[in-house]
Design a protein around this ligand. Sequence first.
Ligand SMILES: Nc1ncnc2c1ncn2[C@@H]1O[C@H](COP(=O)(O)OP(=O)(O)OP(=O)(O)O)[C@@H](O)[C@H]1O
Ligand SMILES: [Mg+2]
Length: 465
Amino acid sequence: MEENKEFAHGKGYRVLVADDDAGVRAAISLLLRRFDYAVELVTKADEVIERLHSQTYDVLLLDMNYGSGTSGEDGLELLRKVKVLQPRTPVILFTAWGTISLAVEGMRLGAFDFITKPWDNRILLERIETAIALHKSEENPSQDSVGMAGIVGDSEALQSVLRIAERVAPTQASVLILGESGTGKELIAKLIHEHSRRAKAPFVKVNLGGMSPLLFESEMFGHKRGAFTDAYNDREGRITMANKGTIFLDEIGDLDLSCQVKLLRVLQDQQYEILGDSRPQKADVRVISATNADLAQMVATHRFREDLLYRINLITLTLPPLRDRREDIEKLAEYFVSLSCKETRYTTLRIAASARHVLMSYPWPGNVRELKNCIERAVLLCDSDSIDGTLIQLALSQSRSFNQSENKTAATGTLDRMEEEAIRSCLKRHNGNLTRVAEELGISRAALYRRMEKYGIQQNETLRQ
Ligand SMILES: Nc1ncnc2c1ncn2[C@@H]1O[C@H](COP(=O)(O)OP(=O)(O)OP(=O)(O)O)[C@@H](O)[C@H]1O
Ligand SMILES: [Mg+2]
């Protein structure tokens, strides 16, 4: 492996390596010493236990088999004892691809990570470094806190997620972000990338929702012209685009089982093949995944691979729904008002007390995205210097029909139609009384006239029906 500056040197961190194969021990010790780790080598499970009685280590690298067979039971037994003796020391298991289920068993018992043999030196270094970095930052949580710009909210529920995000950002750890739609999963994913060592390289998003197996492969790995019937041109895969950067696997819960195994292979070996080209390619990506599905439940019902789950969720962040952190609503609303005003007007708008009241009492099933959409609409519709409760209500009623139409890409055409509809239904309700309509919509009579003219609405037309 070329000497590169990508790896923080081991700084004398202590690694205990246990493997019954002399070749494996020699290779690993050579590699780790070259990167300034203090390496100790042992051959048998008993020796690990012996050392742990008198020594501490920053990370343990343990093989699953120790001579007496290949069932891996030795390794699991050893792991159980290690977890009793030194529960906080991170353990990385060494296993063969064929016995990956053992590693999964080990993860359940509290191993930090697993690596398949034959290993790739770069991956091995990365995993060790990550284990140590996370472990250390857990011990000293306050160290150089970077803060995450662009994320609004003081609630403890959000702040505790952000603290973990800050901690994991500079490591190579794979991160799984859970949370309902609109809670900010993608935003957090981007921030983690921006605070990582990979910040200067690309952040590449792949939406795995509803992707067919063939499309998945060509999208992820790319293809050569002629690789399959419709492959008229070469196509670059997302993994290639994300090289040295971060790949964001959105809606990972939607991936079907055949694709899951393919994904696991790349993540495990960091190697892949472009469709129609059998030369193996190196994948150097950090993986962040997101879903609003319950992956643990999917594992229980065999719809999601447990080994893949462990591979993608070294760290799990769960974003709370907005209704569970109501104290964030006002700040978010103010933030979105100032954002929207910057884009569309010269002055900024106030949020009236009546508006705050409505904002606070609404349950926000669409979470922060719904709040953002609501405020954007309110700002568009507002023609005084403050947003009041009726205007928020109007914007909300639009956002609800907007969400129901399942159209996330807000075209102005749609916005116009919603505005038109709101005015028509309001006119009907108030029997064409323009003063009341203007009042309910929170706009001046003049503004109402302008809009009615724009949409060709007659004051009395709704009465005729
Ligand atoms: N705490 C926050 N501060 C500021 N903006 C936020 C915050 N949380 C979410 N947002 C904004 O809300 C919108 C929705 O967030 P995002 O797209 O990250 O949600 P998501 O969880 O990925 O949703 P989905 O599951 O529907 O894809 C974005 O415009 C995002 O910038
Ligand atoms: Mg998203």
